[in-house]
Write a protein that binds this ligand. Structure first.
Ligand SMILES: Cc1cc2nc3c(=O)[nH]c(=O)nc-3n(C[C@H](O)[C@H](O)[C@H](O)COP(=O)(O)O)c2cc1C
Length: 447
């Protein structure tokens, strides 16, 4: 485990345009088309880079309903968008979400491998299996893969992609003009994967980048999700519910990684962060209350239903107990749905209280810049987080965080004042993965 002296906070910025909630879009300072305006993304990626963030993060899902939150209703495809950001920035990491349920490993290996070359080693892939059942109907299926099958496929999918990324040894291309030798054929390798879900021959027509391979992110909550994250993830976007829940998640994920023979320091736990910042704690609390109060109960019930595959909670009495949903197939965002049910039962929440608690991002970070910095430090030093992923939408909130909170973290020696590396692996303190075809027999035997 890294000693406290060497540990540095990691900060990411989710670029969410008009917002994944139901009120940010009404902010007068936010253009209504921010989610489809490449200029908005370039501007905010550059602001995050100027504040020395580790990465920008693009979330995604291939299914919407009329009630979906504004940013998700009308947005750009992550990889297309990140390629434009790659040529508009020079240091910050570029992490995109792509589902393993409705893509092919060969294509995904090419796309993220290409982004890694275009960005000179700054690409990351947020591996999701898609929790929204409706996505299946956009890909010719009548039903979504069962949760357990989704994760089985996802594990094999990532293994194939990482195998394809190693198709060429790093010195496979001598490009010897005098001798007329472009490729050393002994250093090109076919994967010839044959598994329960995928058969992929390879090789991939793309060499490795200067960070070896893109960084793998994940956001599992359920047992299966955590096990997959512990095996493959180098960054985990954690959806946690307060400090104690975050400490439990952090300890559990690191233990699962160690149990699978991994260095727990090579998996960063990064909870989402939606701070509400004002000059004083009182003003910030009032602002948070006003923001929360501005979301209609209808919208809160819709957002609550999203974790249950957009189940319609409007059919139940608002001030009655959280309804019995045991008949629902929790095949959507299983971990989130199970946690909502558990907490609602444990705390005897009414449906209204559950909608207010889980229907919008609850912020544990409300206060003056000092208060926010203190709470970030408490989570970081209390091993509840290795860093955070800041949700970027309202300009004022992002500006306050960059200009008021980041300098406090830097003054405390918790966060970088300057980039020391050029790749995403470098920023995150991750090793460049050895090419499997050039590992020594001893290393292969040790695996
Ligand atoms: C902060 C955060 C961001 C997420 N972003 C996405 C996303 O962009 N696309 C997606 O399909 N799922 C996303 N998820 C959902 C996860 O991939 C996963 O399905 C969910 O956390 C439930 O985990 P489980 O499947 O292990 O129960 C996100 C989850 C969290 C906590």
């Amino acid at each position: 485990m890294t000693t406290a002296a060497k540990r540095q906070l990691k900060l990411g910025a989710i670029l969410e345009g008009v917002g994944a909630d139901h009120t940010s879009w009404r902010d007068p300072a936010l253009a209504g088309d921010a989610s489809i305006d490449i200029g908005w993304y370039i501007d905010n990626a550059r602001l995050a880079e100027a504040a020395k963030f580790d990465l920008v993060f693009i979330v995604d899902s291939p299914f919407i309903t009329p009630d979906t939150a504004p940013h998700f209703l009308n947005r750009l495809e992550p990889l297309t968008l990140l390629s434009a950001l790659a040529v508009s920035t020079s240091k910050i990491g570029l992490v995109g979400t792509l589902t393993t349920s409705y893509w092919e490993p060969y294509n995904v290996a090419r796309q993220f491998g290409s982004l890694d070359h275009i960005s000179k080693g700054r690409a990351g892939w947020n591996v999701v299996t898609t929790g929204l059942e409706g996505a299946s109907r956009n890909y010719g299926r009548n039903a979504h893969f069962d949760h357990a099958v989704r994760y089985e496929r996802a594990g094999e999918f990532v293994d194939v992609v990482q195998g394809l990324w190693d198709s060429y040894e790093d010195d496979a291309f001598p490009r010897d003009k005098a001798a007329g030798v472009f490729l050393d054929k002994d250093k090109q390798h076919a994967l010839n994967h044959k598994g329960p879900h995928f058969q992929v021959a390879g090789p991939l027509a793309l060499s490795r980048s200067n960070q070896g391979q893109p960084v793998i992110f994940q956001a599992g909550v359920s047992g299966a999700g955590r096990d997959l994250g512990a095996r493959i993830a180098e960054g985990v976007f954690a959806g946690v519910d307060g400090f104690e829940d975050a400490q439990e998640y952090y300890a559990d994920l690191k233990a699962r990684a160690a149990a699978q023979g991994r260095d727990p320091d090579h998996i960063s736990v990064l909870p989402g962060l939606s701070p509400v910042i004002a000059d004083t704690d009182e003003e910030a609390r009032a602002l948070a209350e006003a923001q929360r109060g501005s979301v209609s109960i209808d919208k809160l019930l819709t957002q609550l239903g999203r974790a249950f595959g957009y189940h319609d909670f409007k059919q139940y009495p608002l001030d009655g107990p959280f309804p019995d949903v045991s008949g629902l197939s929790l095949n959507a965002y299983k971990g989130h749905a199970e946690r909502i049910v558990r907490i609602s039962r444990e705390q005897n929440l009414t449906l209204r209280q559950a909608a207010e608690r889980f229907g919008t991002w609850r912020s544990d970070f409300v206060g003056s810049p000092q208060t926010i910095a203190n709470e970030i430090q408490r989570w970081f030093e209390g091993r509840a987080a290795d860093g955070f992923i800041l949700r970027v939408t309202r300009p004022r909130d992002f500006a306050l965080f960059r200009e008021e909170v980041v300098p406090l973290l830097q003054a405390r020696g918790l966060f970088r004042t300057e980039y020391e590396h050029d790749t995403l692996r470098g920023h995150l303190g991750l090793p460049v993965p050895e090419n499997r075809w050039t590992r020594s027999p001893g290393q292969l035997a040790a695996e």
